[in-house]
Design a protein around this ligand. Structure first.
Ligand SMILES: Cc1cc2nc3c(=O)[nH]c(=O)nc-3n(C[C@H](O)[C@H](O)[C@H](O)COP(=O)(O)OP(=O)(O)OC[C@H]3O[C@@H](n4cnc5c(N)ncnc54)[C@H](O)[C@@H]3O)c2cc1C
Length: 266
């Protein structure tokens, strides 16, 4: 690992100021991806700006008389999984958080870190896109449809800090994933939701450019919200990734199966 400077600011202004002052700095959340990348030499920031002492980045708030939930960027997965507010309003989100990695990862890993990292097999991007959530940064609000830009690539500008994510409460929702038995990342994960704007279907783990929506499934569900409505819809394997874990054809099959199961569960 390369040597690096470390700061632990106690105000947001100091955190964003430190990041702005050093183009080679990185925010540190739970370190679940970043520290591993640094150990492997894949990332060599000159400075880590630790977000641990910023209480305004943590916690879960019910907004608009229960119409939405706002989850702080530094909220660990375990807290989302155990939250009564999340369980009562978006049970699929609590279940998704509870299915991330193992106990240690869930206690250290954070919502903001997961989204900023944008691993193509991560679970949260499917919920953020499937629920049409809004990513709130220190500079702006970014709609989920505009946030994910490709593999490990987001709309965040250098130094831009994710503060929280606002999830509208759906009429119904469910998440199903076929997990890699070693890492528990999604080989394929499908989040389905009946939202105020209609059905949404978001797929993680499968796309060659990261998380994506399946508009053909959304249109079918708008006509008939049932697992049967999805039976004949195929996601083309040519748009999916193949790797040592699974072929694109197998992933395409899983998208269909998991989408149907998620709709049935929702
Ligand atoms: C063994 C293992 C298994 C895992 N299994 C799963 C799984 O099944 N499903 C899944 O979804 N994930 C899984 N993960 C990933 C994990 O859930 C973390 O969410 C992810 O690694 C990000 O970690 P972190 O929150 O600690 O962020 P860090 O590693 O600290 O940061 C990651 C990146 O995000 C940036 N960043 C962090 N916070 C912010 C912020 N607020 N604003 C802007 N940028 C920010 C950092 O600068 C860095 O570039 C796994 C990880 C491990 C190690």
């Amino acid at each position: 690992m390369q040597p690096f400077a470390y700061s632990e600011p106690t105000t947001l202004a100091k955190a964003t100021g430190a990041a702005a002052a050093n183009a080679d700095s990185r925010y540190l959340a739970g370190g679940q991806s970043l520290i591993a990348a640094m150990k492997l030499g894949l990332s060599a920031p000159a400075e880590l700006v630790d977000l641990a002492r910023l209480p305004e980045l943590r916690g879960i708030k019910v907004e608009g008389n229960g119409a939405a939930l706002t989850v702080g960027a530094m909220t660990p997965h375990a807290e989302v999984a155990a939250s009564m507010e999340v369980g009562a309003r978006i049970a699929a989100l609590a279940a998704l958080a509870g299915g991330i990695g193992d106990r240690q990862v869930r206690n250290r890993g954070t919502l903001g870190g997961s989204l900023a990292n944008d691993d193509p097999a991560a679970d949260y991007p499917a919920a953020v896109l499937g629920l049409a959530a809004t990513v709130n940064t220190n500079k702006r609000q970014i709609a989920a449809d505009d946030f994910f830009k490709g593999l490990f690539e987001t709309a965040l500008a250098p130094g831009e800090l994710i503060m929280s994510v606002t999830f509208p409460v759906p009429k119904k929702a469910a998440y199903r994933k076929f997990r890699n038995p070693a890492s528990r990342f999604a080989l394929v994960g499908v989040f389905v939701a009946q939202t105020a704007q209609g059905p949404r279907v978001a797929v993680t783990g499968a796309g060659s450019r990261g998380v994506f929506r399946v508009k053909s499934m959304e249109q079918a569900l708008a006509r008939d919200w049932s697992a049967k409505a999805l039976e004949s819809i195929l996601v083309p394997a040519s748009e999916l990734q193949s790797d040592l874990h699974a072929s694109a054809e197998y992933r395409a099959h899983l998208v269909g199966v998991l989408a149907q199961r998620a709709v049935a569960e929702a």
